[in-house]
Design a protein around this ligand. Sequence first.
Ligand SMILES: *Cc1c(COP(=O)(O)O)cnc(C)c1O
Length: 233
Amino acid sequence: MGKNDILANIAKIKHRMANACIECNRDPSSVRLLLATKTVAPSDMRIAIEAGDTLIGENKVQEFAAKAEALRDLIYTRHFIGHLQTNKVKEILQYVHCIQSVDRVSLAEKLQQRLAFENKHLDILVQVNTSYEDSKFGLDPDEALDAVRHIATMDRLHIKGLMTIGLFDADAEKVRPSFRLLRGLRDEIMALHLPDVTMEELSMGMSGDLETAIEEGATIIRVGSAIFGERIY
Ligand SMILES: *Cc1c(COP(=O)(O)O)cnc(C)c1O
Protein backbone atom coordinates (compact mmCIF):
# COMPACT_ATOMS: atom_id res chain seq x y z
CA MET A 1 0.00 0.00 0.00
CA GLY A 2 1.42 3.37 -0.96
CA LYS A 3 0.98 6.60 0.91
CA ASN A 4 -1.79 7.83 -1.37
CA ASP A 5 -3.73 4.58 -1.00
CA ILE A 6 -3.59 4.73 2.77
CA LEU A 7 -4.73 8.34 2.86
CA ALA A 8 -7.48 7.68 0.29
CA ASN A 9 -8.72 4.69 2.31
CA ILE A 10 -8.85 6.75 5.48
CA ALA A 11 -10.77 9.46 3.66
CA LYS A 12 -13.27 6.86 2.41
CA ILE A 13 -13.89 5.46 5.88
CA LYS A 14 -14.25 8.94 7.37
CA HIS A 15 -16.67 9.90 4.64
CA ARG A 16 -18.81 6.87 5.50
CA MET A 17 -18.61 7.75 9.19
CA ALA A 18 -19.68 11.35 8.56
CA ASN A 19 -22.56 10.25 6.34
CA ALA A 20 -23.73 7.75 8.92
CA CYS A 21 -23.72 10.48 11.58
CA ILE A 22 -25.75 12.81 9.39
CA GLU A 23 -28.27 10.02 8.67
CA CYS A 24 -28.99 9.58 12.38
CA ASN A 25 -28.62 13.21 13.46
CA ARG A 26 -25.39 12.77 15.33
CA ASP A 27 -22.54 15.26 15.41
CA PRO A 28 -19.76 13.77 13.22
CA SER A 29 -17.20 14.87 15.79
CA SER A 30 -18.81 12.51 18.32
CA VAL A 31 -17.34 9.44 16.56
CA ARG A 32 -13.63 8.78 16.28
CA LEU A 33 -11.71 6.47 13.98
CA LEU A 34 -9.25 4.13 15.67
CA LEU A 35 -6.65 2.62 13.36
CA ALA A 36 -6.24 -1.07 14.24
CA THR A 37 -2.61 -1.51 13.21
CA LYS A 38 -1.70 -5.10 14.08
CA THR A 39 0.91 -6.35 11.55
CA VAL A 40 1.09 -2.86 9.94
CA ALA A 41 4.62 -1.51 9.46
CA PRO A 42 5.56 1.54 11.54
CA SER A 43 6.34 3.40 8.29
CA ASP A 44 2.71 2.97 7.19
CA MET A 45 1.43 3.98 10.61
CA ARG A 46 3.59 7.08 10.39
CA ILE A 47 1.81 8.13 7.18
CA ALA A 48 -1.56 8.04 8.92
CA ILE A 49 -0.37 9.66 12.14
CA GLU A 50 1.40 12.49 10.33
CA ALA A 51 -1.82 13.12 8.37
CA GLY A 52 -3.59 13.63 11.71
CA ASP A 53 -5.07 10.22 12.45
CA THR A 54 -3.61 9.78 15.86
CA LEU A 55 -5.77 7.17 17.56
CA ILE A 56 -4.02 3.81 17.25
CA GLY A 57 -4.92 0.37 18.60
CA GLU A 58 -2.72 -2.71 18.90
CA ASN A 59 -3.41 -6.30 19.99
CA LYS A 60 -0.07 -7.73 21.05
CA VAL A 61 2.08 -6.31 23.80
CA GLN A 62 5.42 -6.99 22.14
CA GLU A 63 4.38 -5.42 18.84
CA PHE A 64 2.78 -2.54 20.70
CA ALA A 65 5.97 -1.80 22.62
CA ALA A 66 8.25 -2.12 19.58
CA LYS A 67 6.11 0.26 17.54
CA ALA A 68 5.82 2.75 20.37
CA GLU A 69 9.63 2.85 20.38
CA ALA A 70 9.85 3.13 16.58
CA LEU A 71 7.35 6.01 16.57
CA ARG A 72 8.49 7.74 19.72
CA ASP A 73 9.10 11.02 17.88
CA LEU A 74 5.36 11.29 17.09
CA ILE A 75 2.54 12.36 19.37
CA TYR A 76 -0.37 9.93 19.13
CA THR A 77 -2.77 8.03 21.35
CA ARG A 78 -2.09 4.36 22.02
CA HIS A 79 -4.96 2.08 22.90
CA PHE A 80 -4.65 -1.63 23.58
CA ILE A 81 -7.44 -3.72 22.03
CA GLY A 82 -6.20 -7.30 22.41
CA HIS A 83 -6.38 -9.97 25.08
CA LEU A 84 -3.90 -8.99 27.78
CA GLN A 85 -2.06 -11.55 29.89
CA THR A 86 -1.58 -10.42 33.46
CA ASN A 87 2.17 -11.05 33.23
CA LYS A 88 2.38 -8.31 30.54
CA VAL A 89 0.76 -5.61 32.66
CA LYS A 90 4.01 -4.05 33.80
CA GLU A 91 5.37 -3.77 30.26
CA ILE A 92 2.24 -2.36 28.68
CA LEU A 93 1.83 0.34 31.30
CA GLN A 94 4.99 1.98 29.98
CA TYR A 95 3.28 2.76 26.70
CA VAL A 96 -0.49 2.63 26.88
CA HIS A 97 -2.99 5.48 27.20
CA CYS A 98 -6.12 3.35 27.38
CA ILE A 99 -6.81 -0.38 27.60
CA GLN A 100 -10.08 -1.08 25.79
CA SER A 101 -9.96 -4.80 26.42
CA VAL A 102 -10.37 -5.22 30.17
CA ASP A 103 -12.20 -8.52 29.87
CA ARG A 104 -12.05 -9.92 33.41
CA VAL A 105 -11.98 -8.67 36.97
CA SER A 106 -8.66 -10.41 37.70
CA LEU A 107 -6.98 -8.29 35.01
CA ALA A 108 -8.45 -5.11 36.50
CA GLU A 109 -7.12 -6.17 39.91
CA LYS A 110 -3.65 -6.69 38.51
CA LEU A 111 -3.75 -3.30 36.75
CA GLN A 112 -4.94 -1.58 39.92
CA GLN A 113 -2.15 -3.18 41.93
CA ARG A 114 0.60 -2.20 39.50
CA LEU A 115 -0.77 1.32 38.94
CA ALA A 116 -0.89 1.91 42.67
CA PHE A 117 2.73 0.76 42.92
CA GLU A 118 3.72 3.19 40.14
CA ASN A 119 1.41 5.92 41.46
CA LYS A 120 -0.33 6.21 38.09
CA HIS A 121 -3.90 6.16 36.78
CA LEU A 122 -5.32 4.61 33.62
CA ASP A 123 -8.37 4.99 31.40
CA ILE A 124 -10.00 1.70 30.51
CA LEU A 125 -12.99 0.30 28.66
CA VAL A 126 -14.62 -2.90 29.80
CA GLN A 127 -14.90 -5.49 27.03
CA VAL A 128 -18.16 -7.39 26.75
CA ASN A 129 -18.73 -10.54 24.71
CA THR A 130 -21.98 -9.44 23.09
CA SER A 131 -22.15 -12.34 20.63
CA TYR A 132 -22.03 -15.01 23.36
CA GLU A 133 -19.48 -16.92 21.25
CA ASP A 134 -17.04 -18.95 23.35
CA SER A 135 -14.20 -17.98 21.04
CA LYS A 136 -14.50 -14.32 21.95
CA PHE A 137 -12.97 -12.62 24.94
CA GLY A 138 -15.01 -10.31 27.10
CA LEU A 139 -17.33 -10.44 30.05
CA ASP A 140 -20.64 -12.18 29.66
CA PRO A 141 -23.33 -9.52 29.35
CA ASP A 142 -25.03 -10.96 32.44
CA GLU A 143 -21.85 -10.50 34.50
CA ALA A 144 -20.93 -7.09 33.16
CA LEU A 145 -22.89 -4.97 35.63
CA ASP A 146 -21.45 -6.66 38.69
CA ALA A 147 -17.97 -6.60 37.21
CA VAL A 148 -18.19 -2.88 36.48
CA ARG A 149 -19.46 -2.22 40.01
CA HIS A 150 -16.45 -4.07 41.36
CA ILE A 151 -13.91 -2.46 39.02
CA ALA A 152 -15.37 0.96 39.85
CA THR A 153 -14.04 0.53 43.40
CA MET A 154 -10.46 0.39 42.06
CA ASP A 155 -9.25 3.96 42.39
CA ARG A 156 -6.46 3.76 39.79
CA LEU A 157 -8.79 2.73 36.96
CA HIS A 158 -11.09 5.21 35.25
CA ILE A 159 -13.86 3.40 33.40
CA LYS A 160 -14.65 5.43 30.29
CA GLY A 161 -17.04 3.03 28.60
CA LEU A 162 -17.47 -0.34 26.94
CA MET A 163 -15.96 -2.19 24.03
CA THR A 164 -17.18 -5.16 22.02
CA ILE A 165 -16.11 -7.10 18.97
CA GLY A 166 -19.62 -8.26 18.15
CA LEU A 167 -20.81 -11.04 15.95
CA PHE A 168 -18.70 -11.67 12.84
CA ASP A 169 -21.13 -11.49 9.98
CA ALA A 170 -21.01 -9.77 6.63
CA ASP A 171 -24.65 -8.78 7.18
CA ALA A 172 -24.54 -5.68 9.40
CA GLU A 173 -28.15 -6.23 10.47
CA LYS A 174 -27.08 -9.50 12.12
CA VAL A 175 -24.46 -7.57 14.11
CA ARG A 176 -26.94 -4.92 15.26
CA PRO A 177 -28.18 -6.88 18.31
CA SER A 178 -24.56 -6.99 19.61
CA PHE A 179 -24.28 -3.22 19.36
CA ARG A 180 -27.70 -2.69 20.88
CA LEU A 181 -26.83 -4.96 23.79
CA LEU A 182 -23.67 -2.96 24.49
CA ARG A 183 -25.56 0.33 24.38
CA GLY A 184 -28.22 -1.06 26.73
CA LEU A 185 -25.53 -2.10 29.20
CA ARG A 186 -23.98 1.35 28.92
CA ASP A 187 -27.32 2.92 29.82
CA GLU A 188 -27.84 0.56 32.77
CA ILE A 189 -24.36 1.29 34.09
CA MET A 190 -24.87 5.04 33.72
CA ALA A 191 -28.06 4.75 35.75
CA LEU A 192 -26.04 3.32 38.64
CA HIS A 193 -24.17 6.65 38.98
CA LEU A 194 -20.98 4.96 40.08
CA PRO A 195 -18.21 7.31 41.18
CA ASP A 196 -15.61 7.96 38.46
CA VAL A 197 -17.42 5.87 35.85
CA THR A 198 -18.36 8.04 32.86
CA MET A 199 -19.44 5.69 30.07
CA GLU A 200 -18.76 8.25 27.37
CA GLU A 201 -17.18 5.71 25.00
CA LEU A 202 -18.75 2.84 23.09
CA SER A 203 -16.04 1.16 21.03
CA MET A 204 -17.91 -0.97 18.51
CA GLY A 205 -18.13 -1.32 14.75
CA MET A 206 -15.57 -2.11 12.07
CA SER A 207 -15.34 -1.49 8.33
CA GLY A 208 -18.24 -3.80 7.41
CA ASP A 209 -20.76 -2.48 9.89
CA LEU A 210 -19.70 1.01 10.96
CA GLU A 211 -22.96 2.63 9.81
CA THR A 212 -24.99 0.27 12.00
CA ALA A 213 -22.64 0.81 14.93
CA ILE A 214 -22.96 4.58 14.60
CA GLU A 215 -26.76 4.33 14.51
CA GLU A 216 -26.54 2.35 17.76
CA GLY A 217 -24.31 4.91 19.46
CA ALA A 218 -20.69 3.99 18.72
CA THR A 219 -18.11 6.64 19.60
CA ILE A 220 -15.02 4.71 18.42
CA ILE A 221 -14.92 2.73 15.16
CA ARG A 222 -11.97 0.34 14.77
CA VAL A 223 -10.64 -0.24 11.24
CA GLY A 224 -7.48 -1.93 10.02
CA SER A 225 -7.31 -3.88 6.77
CA ALA A 226 -9.73 -1.61 4.87
CA ILE A 227 -7.08 1.10 5.31
CA PHE A 228 -3.72 -0.65 5.35
CA GLY A 229 -4.53 -3.67 3.17
CA GLU A 230 -4.94 -7.33 3.98
CA ARG A 231 -2.76 -8.54 6.81
CA ILE A 232 0.35 -10.56 6.01
CA TYR A 233 1.32 -12.68 9.00
C1 LIG B 1 -7.99 -6.14 13.96
C2 LIG B 1 -9.06 -5.58 14.79
C3 LIG B 1 -10.00 -4.69 14.25
C4 LIG B 1 -10.00 -4.26 12.81
O1 LIG B 1 -10.14 -5.35 11.96
P1 LIG B 1 -9.88 -5.16 10.39
O2 LIG B 1 -10.45 -6.37 9.80
O3 LIG B 1 -8.39 -5.09 10.23
O4 LIG B 1 -10.52 -3.90 9.98
C5 LIG B 1 -10.96 -4.19 15.11
N1 LIG B 1 -11.02 -4.53 16.42
C6 LIG B 1 -10.14 -5.38 16.96
C7 LIG B 1 -10.26 -5.73 18.40
C8 LIG B 1 -9.15 -5.92 16.17
O5 LIG B 1 -8.27 -6.77 16.72
